[in-house]
Design a protein around this ligand. Sequence first.
Ligand SMILES: Nc1ncnc2c1ncn2[C@@H]1O[C@H](COP(=O)(O)OS(=O)(=O)O)[C@@H](OP(=O)(O)O)[C@H]1O
Ligand SMILES: Nc1ncnc2c1ncn2[C@@H]1O[C@H](COP(=O)(O)OP(=O)(O)O)[C@@H](O)[C@H]1O
Length: 199
Amino acid sequence: MTHNDIKWQQHTTDAAQREALFGHKSAVIWFTGLSGSGKSTVANALEQALVEQGKHTYLLDGDNVRHGLCADLGFSAEDRTENLRRVGAVAGLMVDAGLLVLSAFISPYRNQRELVKSFIPADRFIEIHISTPLEVCEQRDVKGLYKKARAGEISNFTGISDPYEAPEHADLVLDTSVTSLEDSVKQLLQLLTLKGIIS
Ligand SMILES: Nc1ncnc2c1ncn2[C@@H]1O[C@H](COP(=O)(O)OS(=O)(=O)O)[C@@H](OP(=O)(O)O)[C@H]1O
Ligand SMILES: Nc1ncnc2c1ncn2[C@@H]1O[C@H](COP(=O)(O)OP(=O)(O)O)[C@@H](O)[C@H]1O
């Protein structure tokens, strides 16, 4: 069987109807940055703020997704690409479901983030670069992984033995070594309002 044998099924209920039901637009808020930069912490706090406003959300987190949907994948460039391809496809479905999707993946290569974008309508993809410097991430070493990477116990570790390509046109850049969590959430809510995602 080829893809030519599979036709897209157009259902009666569409994204616009679901958005009207929820009372807000759907979008993907894509956090990218080094391990320990603050992606999960900031995304989690933003989700809390959105839920308190009655928004319908879902937070896709690299660590969690790799326990299930992507449990078969490691950290080679190929595996990261497949990880992000699956996540991009899931995020696209969630946008169609009318949700505000937050995602916390290192997503280190530009072409991988482009692949993710290909699943999401352009005006519904918001890229946030958590730009916390490597030195700070390494000092935090939340999971002890930098220590292991420096000791050569983990290979292909982003920032140490694998590249991180920073976004060139992120919608917002947040450095959590100088920006408080409260201020990050404030800036993100302002951005979503400015873009007409929430009111
Ligand atoms: N080699 C290597 N490089 C980077 N990160 C590693 C590695 N091995 C394990 N981990 C842990 O896996 C988390 C990153 O998974 P992601 O799915 O976000 O990575 S990627 O987007 O596919 O690059 C990452 O989680 P965060 O710290 O939350 O970013 C690490 O805890
Ligand atoms: N201003 C801040 N914003 C976000 N996280 C911060 C801040 N200051 C310190 N941290 C800490 O930095 C760490 C970031 O870890 P985490 O959110 O898991 O990063 P990532 O998901 O990018 O790996 C957490 O332990 C968090 O408490």
